[in-house]
Design a protein around this ligand. Structure first.
Ligand code: FES
Length: 112
């Protein structure tokens, strides 16, 4: 399968290594080529990988992933987001930005 050409096709960017991701089940790349990216999951279950921009849409704190509760929580004012970035709890008014994510060799790649 080949990607469709066009304005929506962006290059995949490396945001870290599989070893980093698997260590804690998450990988935070604060200065990736596409800005801050938080990848959740491990290489053992690539279908369930998720990648978001971890910048809270309220006032810009960095959100945390709560694996047990299956949600993102902002430490600043308590906003919560579902694993696909949707708003679960105010005061956030906009969803998190989500990215495509894949593993290739030893690298974790993200596409905007
Ligand atoms: Fe995240 Fe306010 S900055 S809830």
């Amino acid at each position: 399968t080949s990607a469709k050409p066009g304005p929506t096709t962006k290059p995949w960017q490396k945001v870290g290594t599989v070893a980093q991701l698997n260590k804690n089940g998450q990988l935070l790349a604060e200065n990736s080529p596409i800005g801050a990216v938080l990848v959740i999951g491990t290489s053992k279950d690539t279908k369930n990988l998720i990648a978001v921009n971890p910048t809270c849409t309220h006032e810009g704190c960095t959100i945390d992933w709560k694996a047990k509760e299956n949600k993102f929580v902002c430490p600043c004012h308590g906003a919560e987001f579902t694993r696909d970035g949707k708003i679960k709890q105010s005061p956030a008014k906009k969803p998190l930005k989500t990215y495509q994510v894949k593993i290739e060799g030893a690298s974790v790649l993200v596409q905007t």
